[in-house]
Design a protein around this ligand. Structure first.
Ligand code: GLU
Length: 518
């Protein structure tokens, strides 16, 4: 099989993708998914994964957001090849540090007649909009219908334009959308996106504060940083025709585009947004976030007890699937299996129950030592200190019952401390008049049992119950009530073995004292 030259070049081309967040707040899980897909794509193709911070909109800057974004991505195991901390051949990677670059590009378009200077005041812009609305114009924004009646370098004499600029009058640079064109752009997920240029407006490329807008900076940087694939959220799809026209106006090769499907609320009604915070009963942020202006705290997946691997696995499946039944994927397996072709077009509903399910699966697979290490601080918080062999035993017993390490406490506190109260419902049902005597007998019997192991306990209790003709349920439930204070917990003789003989006997005697007369 022979390759033609273009295919050959394609094969040898270095794949370069970027994650380009604006530090306007914490990263939402949709943003984390965008970063993840970029990362998977880069690793799959032995390409480069770049972090570029898009902070040209100074008015929306939020302190701490940049660090938060990086910390979130590090938490899930994404590391950049080039970026604001890593540096790289196209540094700097923060747009506010690249400010000097953009003006030349905007001016280049002005010089070639593809952009123009506009001096319109906010009042004039408002008047324009009202006029177009009253005329029921199909496009009421600044563009082909209005630009020739506005105050700009297309309508003013060149001398006046120069004069105004020299006088320091504020102006913006607008892109002149070519008229009467069908703009066609190929998207790897959506196929051809076709828009008529009459629906587009003459977007501002360069602002009067000396900063480029998102559109100009984004396109210039993707070009200069040799980005080969732009993989981003669906919310940027409306900007795609403008971006394509900008590449064409500069005479640059366009990267390939892929716009990822939206993440929807669990009921499928609308996009899952940052503003949802904790309102829906689950976090929308990877890490806990404290708003620096309002002090409001929003919960995060990390602090809620998710394993980063489970979080990644869950996120990967929101919009992509491998086409097989397999649901559990390590990062390496995701890299191997990922392809843009298998990313869907329609929005993916976020399912909080599925997120928990993923965590449960990972919890069952984790080495027990790791769970012991994670459970120890939970115990410390409850004022409990226990040796590792006890914690280990408990973890092995209760891990199957929980979604999160921290939930092991509710399933196992009685391994670490005696009950302080007794569930009255259970008392009413299980504690009969003859129970105290039977329990006292049990305490005496257990006091001399050697070895005090679950199997020996099981055999001995069974014998005794049979011999005396007691009801197994009656005895075991009353014992459980003494040991645990309720009708919960794993196998009773395992609890006894774990807490040991002295504690078992002590709890039975305390139970008899506390419940006699019940
Ligand atoms: N700065 C944009 C954002 O915050 C990036 C969009 C893009 O990837 O082009 O989402």
């Amino acid at each position: 099989m022979s390759l033609n030259f273009n295919e050959f070049m394609e094969g040898t081309r270095e794949i370069r993708v970027r994650f380009a967040p604006s530090p306007t707040g914490p990263l939402h899980i949709g943003g984390v998914r965008t970063a993840l897909y970029n990362y998977l794509f880069a690793r799959k193709h032995q390409g480069r994964f770049i972090l570029r911070i898009e902070d040209t909109d100074q008015g929306r800057f939020v302190p701490g957001a940049e660090d938060y974004i990086i910390e979130s991505l590090h938490w899930i195991g994404l590391h950049f090849d080039e970026g604001i901390r890593e540096g790289g051949p196209y540094a700097p990677y923060r747009q506010s540090d690249r400010q000097a670059i953009y003006r030349d590009y905007a001016e280049q378009l002005v010089a070639s007649g593809k952009a123009y200077l506009a001096f319109d005041t906010p009042e004039e812009l408002e008047q324009m909009r009202r006029r177009l609305e009253s005329e029921k114009a199909i496009n009421t924004s600044y563009g082909y219908l209005s630009r020739m009646s506005m105050t700009n370098s297309l309508t003013l004499p060149a001398t006046e334009v120069r004069q105004r600029v020299n006088d320091g009058q504020p102006y913006v640079i607008r892109f002149m959308i070519p008229s009467g064109q069908e703009v066609r752009v190929y998207d790897l997920i959506r196929d051809w996106v076709i828009v008529h240029s009459s629906t587009l407006d003459d977007k501002v490329l360069f602002k009067s504060d000396g900063m480029p807008t998102y559109h100009l900076a984004n396109v210039v940087d993707d070009h200069l940083m040799k980005v080969t694939h732009v993989i981003r959220g669906e919310e940027w799809l409306p900007s795609l025709p403008l971006h394509a026209l900008l590449y064409r106006a500069f005479g640059w090769k366009e990267p390939e585009f892929a716009h990822l499907p939206l993440l929807l609320k669990p009921d499928g009604k609308g996009k899952l947004s940052k503003r949802d915070g904790d309102r829906l009963g689950f976090p929308v942020f990877p890490l806990q976030w404290k708003d620096p202006f309002t002090g409001e705290v929003s919960s995060g997946y990390r602090e809620s007890g998710y394993f980063p691997e489970a979080f990644v696995n869950m996120l990967a499946f929101l919009g992509w699937n491998p086409g097989t039944e397999q649901e559990l994927f390590s990062m390496d397996e995701l890299i191997e299996a990922f392809s843009i072709e298998r990313v869907g077009k329609s929005g993916s509903r976020f399912d909080p129950e599925k997120a928990k399910w993923y965590n449960r699966q990972y919890l069952q697979q984790r080495p027990v030592e790791e769970l012991v290490n994670q459970f120890r601080p939970v115990l410390a918080e409850k004022g409990v200190r226990a040796d590792d062999s006890r914690i280990r035993k408990v973890v092995e017993m209760v891990r199957e019952r929980v979604d999160f390490v921290k939930d092991m406490w509710d399933q196992s506190w009685f391994f670490f401390k005696a009950p302080e109260s007794y569930d009255q419902e259970v008392v009413r049902k299980r504690w009969k008049q003859e129970t105290p005597a039977i329990m006292t007998e049990a305490a005496t019997l257990l006091k001399d049992l050697e070895p005090f192991t679950s199997s020996a306990l099981e055999a001995r209790l069974k014998d005794w119950i049979e011999q005396k003709g007691y009801g197994t349920g009656q005895v075991m439930n009353a014992l459980r009530l003494c040991l645990v204070g309720a009708g919960i917990g794993p196998h009773l003789t395992e609890i006894m073995e774990t807490i040991g003989k002295a504690e078992t006997v002590r709890r039975i005697i305390t139970g008899v004292e506390a419940l006699s007369g019940s």
